[in-house]
Design a binder for this molecule. Structure first.
Ligand code: FES
Length: 102
């Protein structure tokens, strides 16, 4: 049954303009804070599998730390090729818990 899984507490969320990796079940996901809005996407870069959650946030994009591919945080689209996109996941904060639906 799909459902929301707790991945972190609110205080562990990335600061504004940063991204972080979190375990979610048997996956890693990339959680980013873009101007105060929290997003969750697959952690695996479509280029060669770089860890997006170890990248940086540049404007509305997450930049892969390996070779610089950029993904739009709200859509998961690769900035240079909108037909390539990483999966986005619903994320919400309930009380002190951060929950993601895979
Ligand atoms: S692995 Fe992400 S840009 Fe190459």
């Amino acid at each position: 049954m799909p459902g929301f899984i707790k991945i972190a507490t609110k205080s562990e969320l990335p600061d504004e303009g940063e991204a972080k990796e979190f375990n979610c079940g048997d996956k890693m996901i990339c959680v980013a804070n873009v101007a105060g809005e929290i997003t969750a996407m697959d952690n695996v870069c479509l280029h060669r599998g770089g860890p997006l959650g170890q990248g940086v946030v540049d404007g509305d994009k997450i930049v892969c730390p390996w070779h610089g591919w950029q993904f739009i945080a709200k859509t998961g689209e690769a900035a240079h090729n909108p037909t390539a996109r990483v999966a986005l996941y619903p994320i919400k904060v309930e009380g002190d818990d951060v929950l993601v639906e895979i």
